[in-house]
Write a protein that binds this ligand. Structure first.
Ligand code: NDP
Ligand code: 8X3
Length: 253
């Protein structure tokens, strides 16, 4: 069997597009996510061309992550690329109005989930060594503050720093680590963030050209197939139609 990519959050958006991209290039897939029906559909679509192993997984559970990794079929055990993609934003309203549970859900998924999967797969990635990659999906929100980003942006800042710190510890192993930080991209992300408000999601992506899931999947594949001596530490990708705003200034009327 050729190279194996392990993707979290493969039921939608970037993760699903990444599964299709890596499969189109002949990589075997381990695809995970919570929605079994979607995983099954994707596996059925792609298993004609490449070996696919799918398994439901909530990355927040360390026990489930560890047991999935331990029980991988022999031919899927050697992981060349980990795409740590599962994640979400919730409550794009001011911090002072947010339900604390939403903060915990973002921390549990974007931080705890990502470290659970990384910890479980580090031994196999190190065994593969030269040419192996960890692609951590961060965000522009991990670098740039904006209203309503509160804990979401902070979890993505964690992803950035964790990625840099991993690089230090993995020096000499051959394993690369990238913080891939996209800007606005049209997926189910805003539907999740607004708890199902399709109109709000449509409005955000209206009359502009956001990134597509395929843009990010292509970028992931590019990172995973760079020459083994090259590592992109952080890659921030925005659509051309997105840029920064001036600082906000509060004025008393
Ligand atoms: P989607 O909502 O389309 O996809 C999110 C994926 O994460 C789904 O497959 C979902 O699967 C999975 N997921 C969520 N929670 C868990 C969990 N607890 N355990 C396992 N899987 C989980 O959004 P995107 O594709 O846009 O998001 C992918 C990543 O990209 C996220 O980390 C997001 O923060 C980041 N990002 C998104 C941007 C955007 O504008 N779209 C920009 C920058 C970064 P399921 O529900 O089946 O478990
Ligand atoms: C998602 C992109 O711009 O909503 O991480 O923060 S943004």
């Amino acid at each position: 069997m050729g190279k194996v990519v392990f993707i979290t959050g493969a039921t939608s958006g970037f993760g699903r597009a990444a599964a299709r991209k890596f499969a189109s290039e002949g990589w075997a897939l381990v695809i995970t996510g919570r929605r079994e029906e979607r995983l099954k559909e994707l596996a059925e679509e792609l298993c004609e061309s490449v070996p696919v192993h799918y398994q439901t997984l909530d990355v927040r559970s360390k026990e489930d992550v560890d047991s999935l990794v331990k029980s991988l079929p022999e031919s899927f055990k050697k992981i060349t690329c980990l795409v740590n993609n599962a994640g979400l934003a919730l409550s794009p309203n001011p911090a002072q109005t947010v339900d604390i549970q939403d903060w915990h859900t973002m921390i549990d998924t974007n931080v705890t989930g990502l470290v659970n999967v990384t910890h479980a797969l580090l031994p196999t990635l190190i065994e593969v060594g030269k040419g192996a990659s960890i692609i951590n999906v961060g965000s522009i929100a991990g670098q740039w503050p904006y209203p309503g980003s509160h804990v979401y942006g902070a979890t993505k800042a964690f992803v950035k720093q964790f990625s840099y710190n991993l690089r230090c510890d993995l020096l000499g192993t051959g394993v690369r680590v990238t913080d891939l930080a996209p800007g606005i991209a049209e997926t189910e992300f805003t539907l999740v963030r607004t708890k199902g408000d399709q109109a709000a999601s449509d409005a955000l992506y209206a009359n502009t050209q956001a990134l597509t899931a395929e843009d990010i999947a292509d970028t992931m594949f590019y990172l995973a197939t760079l020459p083994a001596h090259m590592c992109v530490n952080r890659l921030e990708v925005m659509p051309t139609a997105q840029a920064w705003n001036p600082f906000a200034i509060y004025r008393e009327s």
